[in-house]
Design a protein around this ligand. Structure first.
Ligand code: DSN
Length: 418
């Protein structure tokens, strides 16, 4: 590799990360392993090219190959999600959400979204974000954190009172399926756009393991492309039927918010979407859910509280402080030491601070890519709990680390999926 000779410091960091990924288990539910083909496209010659505009309407010359690539990415994305329009230029999920706000709202307009502490996301208008200074964000929550049931009656009351222009579904730490029909009905009743931020579960929708919000009449889906979709780091916006919305979104992405698209990433998105259209992707998506259920069973058996009472998707949010007396930060640190990488996470109405909350969040997308089945996932869950019950026991930690390393060796990260 050129980089080893030219820049040993950066090369060493890349090699270190490769080693870490190879020998440990990735349980952060928003991470995954992209194929070599995706990474090749991501690191391709397209990184050199400016291509402001859209296929057939660019501002610069030399677009003989960019239009083709972007059209392939758009067509594959539309097919995957049964959408009529796709914008594949957003640089990531945060930018995709911002573009939707910019397209569909005037400053001061209201968005009704899920509370961050109940599973929502920063970009759904948390006060620390810039969009919260421009738009008005109001909240809905779970009715019962132990079943995960959303309070749809409260959502409707708030919607009738606050008159949002966007009713925003979607989450980054919620483990149950949403009632898209209820969302869409409330949105229709108050004249709001129904928008789904599907960043976490896009691959599960594309792989037909979970329902598609478009089937319930949603107007827009935003997503990242690097989580369950297993593509390059990036974002995307999909719309259905309404050409006017699609046009506004295109304008909001460029020139509204972004400059030139990252055409190397668009190429990598095209490759990833091609992989997701392969029949094996549906098997992958279904296995993610089965594997999460296998982990749920172990947590139930050991009486470790899970928010939502368990999982219907790819992730679990466990109250390790309440159940095991270990804080989220302590759990993240000790599990990382033994080769299981996950993240600390606030739980609903957490009494602890965000930097050392009560929960941990973990999931199965990456280990399922590694071909783990239910048996291995159940074992990982057992090892997690054993470690958390023995945080100061060096012998236990050494034994767990050894078993995790052996599992990682037995299930290497695949280089390709099709
Ligand atoms: N950082 C991503 C996640 O982990 O959910 C989304 O913000």
């Amino acid at each position: 590799m050129y980089i080893e000779a030219q820049d040993p410091e950066v090369a060493a960091a890349i090699a270190g990360e490769e080693d870490r990924e190879k020998h440990g288990l990735e349980l952060i539910p928003s991470e995954n392993y992209a194929s070599h083909a995706v990474r090749e496209a991501n690191g391709s010659i397209f990184t050199n090219k400016y291509s402001e505009g859209y296929p057939g309407a660019r501002y610069y010359g030399g677009q003989q190959f960019t239009d083709g690539i972007e059209n392939i990415a758009r067509d594959r994305a539309k097919k995957l999600f049964n959408a009529q329009y796709a914008n594949v230029q957003p640089l990531s999920g945060a930018g995709a959400n911002l573009a939707v706000y910019a397209a569909l709202l005037e400053p001061g307009d209201t968005v009704l979204g899920m509370d961050l502490s109940h599973g929502g996301h920063l970009t759904h208008g948390h006060p620390v974000t810039f969009p919260s200074k421009v738009f008005r964000f109001v909240r809905y929550k779970m009715k019962n954190a132990d079943t995960g049931e959303i309070d749809y009656d409260e959502m409707r009351d708030v919607a009738l009172r606050e008159k949002p222009k966007i009713l925003l579904a979607g989450f980054s730490a919620y483990s149950r399926e949403l009632d898209y029909e209820r969302f869409a009905a409330i949105a229709r009743e108050v004249g709001a756009h129904a928008v789904m931020d599907a960043a976490h579960i896009a691959g599960l929708i594309a792989g037909k393991a979970l329902k598609n919000p478009f089937d319930a009449g949603f107007d827009v889906i935003t997503t990242t492309t690097h989580k369950t979709l297993r593509g390059p780091r990036g974002g995307m916006i999909l719309t259905r039927e309404n050409a006017d919305i699609a046009k506004k979104i295109d304008k909001a992405v460029f020139p509204g918010l972004q400059g030139g698209p990252h055409m190397n990433v668009v190429a990598a998105k095209a490759v990833a979407f091609g992989e997701a259209l392969h029949p094996s992707f549906q098997t992958y998506a279904a296995q993610i859910l089965k594997n999460a259920k296998a982990m749920e069973t172990v947590f139930l058996h050991h009486n470790v509280r899970m928010l939502g009472g368990g999982t219907s998707n790819h992730l679990i949010l466990a109250d390790v402080y309440g159940s095991l007396g270990v804080t989220g930060q302590e759990a993240e640190t000790v599990l990382d030491e033994v080769g299981m990488t996950l993240n600390k996470n606030s739980i609903a109405d957490d009494t602890r601070k965000p930097m050392d909350p009560s929960g941990i969040r973990f999931g199965t997308p990456a280990i399922t890519t590694r071909n783990f089945g239910e048996k291995e996932c159940a074992r990982v869950a057992e090892l997690m709990i054993e470690t958390l019950r023995n945080t100061n026991n060096a012998a236990t930690k050494a034994k767990v680390r050894e078993e995790i390393t052996a599992l990682a060796r037995t299930f290497p990260i695949p280089e390709s999926f099709v």
